[in-house]
Design a protein around this ligand. Sequence first.
Ligand SMILES: C[S@@+](CC[C@H](N)C(=O)[O-])C[C@H]1O[C@@H](n2cnc3c(N)ncnc32)[C@H](O)[C@@H]1O
Length: 180
Amino acid sequence: MWDDQSCHWQGLSRSTETPRYEALARIINSPEYFGANVLDIGAGEGLLARYLSRDKKYTGIEPSAAACAGAANVTMIHSRIEDMEAPLPSEVVVFNESLYYCSDPLSVLIKAKKLFLKNKGLLIVSIYQKPSTWRDLFSSKMTNARATAILRKYLQRVRWRYTEQKIGVWLIFSAQNAAS
Ligand SMILES: C[S@@+](CC[C@H](N)C(=O)[O-])C[C@H]1O[C@@H](n2cnc3c(N)ncnc32)[C@H](O)[C@@H]1O
């Protein structure tokens, strides 16, 4: 969740975060996805949209009212992914540092495939590779490491062709919705 109390996520516009947005945009802006509908799940203030080429039709899904209010000149849907029921067929679906905030990443990935990601569409997931702590290991909470493992297992199960790219502290998965 966007932490309105601590303003924790408001730091995402810092320049240290730029390489992550740029890396995602390099993939999404490739000629293959010209004119694509881009669905950004857990979009925050929709910062990714600033890095996308003008041909893209960007929509963010975001549960925080404060983050939605801070999003300028982009289409936002104020919702948690878990509460979305209507299909939004998209050529590109993105989880940019948001998958591990969902308590059940697997069900969310299945939902994204069923409702949002078009056949041959592109799924991009960025996960900060935070060092795990003992507390992470023994708590029942979702962690970055667990979400990474769940995602890998899912992509292998559906047999999608995918790549993992390490950009600084982030691991960026890029997968095509088509059995390999
Ligand atoms: C680290 S922020 C990333 C924001 C944005 N993707 C970015 O990189 O600029 C994580 C975001 O995931 C959102 N989020 C948390 N749980 C969510 C859920 N169940 N469904 C959709 N978004 C969620 C938070 O509100 C927050 O905006």
